[in-house]
Design a protein around this ligand. Sequence first.
Ligand code: CMX
Ligand code: CO
Length: 142
Amino acid sequence: MLTRIDHVGIACHDLEEKIAFYEGTFGLIVASREVNEQQGVKEAMLHVADGPAGASYVQLLEPLHPDTPVGKFLAKRGEGVHHIGYGVEDVVAALESIGGKGVRLLDERPRHGSMGASIAFLHPKDVGGVLTELVQARPRAH
Ligand code: CMX
Ligand code: CO
């Protein structure tokens, strides 16, 4: 069901500062920057590598307000790894299968994610403390 690690989501206070760190330290390149009001974040995807099932990224997340998932996480735990995003071929089918196993779905239906992807989150309490995101990438143009 899972085709790759699509991205690792990292919560931070200052997006521009963290982008500069990842560029300067690891030589990563920003693939996209977006404001996602629905998720309450300002974010950047930094390209790590290309694999047979698609690309992988580091996703840097700065909250738009304190009362958002990432804002609450920062207040409780400070900066650090916030979630893991796994690639799937078909996010609707994956949700149906995973929900059927009793894992709570934070999204019953996929939402809009970075770079045109369809995404959905699974409750961290049902995944051993790991907030887990399923990512169906936008089909590549031919
Ligand atoms: N990883 C692991 N556990 C987490 C967590 C995270 N990122 N965020 C919250 N939790 C835990 C908390 O520690 C808390 O546990 P305790 O009760 O043991 O203290 C519990 O989950 C409840 O946390 P909360 O602070 O009360 O927060 P909420 O229940 O209001 O929200 C969650 C938690 C996971 C439902 C919410 O963050 C959510 O819906 N997340 C999905 C959306 C999201 O994160 N969007 C931003 C990223 C967008 C993108 O990737 O594009
Ligand atoms: Co993400």
